[in-house]
Design a protein around this ligand. Structure first.
Ligand SMILES: [Zn+2]
Length: 337
């Protein structure tokens, strides 16, 4: 081999090696580049997937319910309505009441086609305390958003079992829901109401039934795990007393200990105090809403309680807005100035 041949071979070898190394570096780089690009795109895809697969933020749900007190559509209220029309009674409150999702109140007597016996009776006579309401009140209730009523009170059976049956029929026909204990041992005392995606349950305590305490306890136990909010709506306490008694306090607190979120009281015909116990609110009595007891300032006044139920995931809160109402001598109820 001559020197020139050697030089040529060396050059050839170096050139080949250079090409090979160059090619290797190029492929290594480009494949590295490719793999980096892929990784980035893949990562973006994964992020995208994560975003779509990640559990959604809990939605904030809200529902508003206005609670009103005792509603009595017989005696003087009936006389005035017969002259002026039933819609006149709540004419000044219709706008306010329709601002909530629902209004819930105590229907202090049956709806029947029977004639009133209280209108023609002497004040203080037995018949003066037997109430029956004209079936056309259901239109007034619906117009004012009162679409859930409590029947568990001392006047529900003023016209016997027939009166209770008629009441339920007229309410059903008008799409008004009801709950409550009109008679000891009666089934379906609680009402679970769906509002804006939440379940709000109404349980009654009617002190005028024999096993009221046990029944309410049983009802709370039966529904507490099936509902977002549990309201105990009571008919109890001493008439015309502006403060609650120990019995009311012990009962209300025991229901909250058992899982109730709110207690709303009726029957004393006057407003009683409210209390916050374990972070839950107890309205011992919200007084009258539609009544003809004009003999004292306290019986002419009542509270309407606008309640907002919030739920966000496991977190639940209730906020309140109280407004005073006044029953006027013309048989109407208005916001108190
Ligand atoms: Zn009562």
């Amino acid at each position: 081999m001559t020197n020139s041949h050697k030089t040529k071979l060396t050059f050839f070898l170096i050139a080949t090696l250079t090409i090979l190394v160059g090619a290797f570096v190029f492929f290594a780089q480009s494949s590295g580049k490719e793999s980096r690009l892929f990784t980035k795109a893949d990562a973006e895809k994964q992020v995208e997937q994560k975003q779509t697969q990640a559990p959604q933020e809990p939605q904030r749900q809200t529902a508003t319910i206005t609670f009103v007190g005792d509603m009595m559509f017989d005696r003087y209220v009936r006389q005035m309505a017969t002259t002026n029309g039933y819609d006149k009674i709540l004419e000044n409150l219709t706008t306010t009441l329709n601002k909530s999702d629902l209004v819930v109140g105590n229907l202090e007597g049956p709806i029947t086609t029977n004639e009133s016996v209280s209108i023609t009776s002497e004040i203080g006579a037995r018949n003066n305390f037997l109430f029956t309401f004209d079936p056309q009140i259901t239109k007034t209730l619906v117009k004012n958003n009162i679409e859930v009523v409590n029947l568990g009170n001392n006047h529900a059976r003023d016209f016997g079992q027939d009166g209770v049956e008629q009441t339920k029929k007229f309410l059903k026909d008008a799409d008004i829901d009801f709950f409550g204990d009109t008679k000891d041992g009666q089934a379906n005392r609680a009402l679970i109401k769906e509002l804006n995606g939440m379940k709000i349950t109404f349980v009654n305590f009617n002190t005028f039934t024999k096993n009221a305490k046990q029944n309410t306890k049983d009802d709370i136990e039966a529904v507490k795990d099936k509902t977002d909010f549990l309201v105990v709506f009571t008919h109890w306490g001493q008439e015309y007393e502006t403060l609650s008694n120990d019995n009311q306090k012990n009962l209300a607190r025991s229901w909250i200990d058992a899982g109730a979120d709110l207690v709303i009281g009726t029957h004393p015909h006057v407003v009683q105090e409210k209390e916050v116990y374990q972070g839950k609110t107890i309205y011992y009595s919200i007084g009258n809403f539609i009544f003809d007891q004009f003999f004292s300032t306290e019986t002419k006044e009542g509270l309407i309680v606008k309640t907002t139920f919030h739920k966000e995931g496991e977190e639940k809160t209730i906020t309140f807005e109280d407004q005073k109402v006044e029953m006027k001598p013309n048989g109407t109820t208005v916001l108190k100035e």
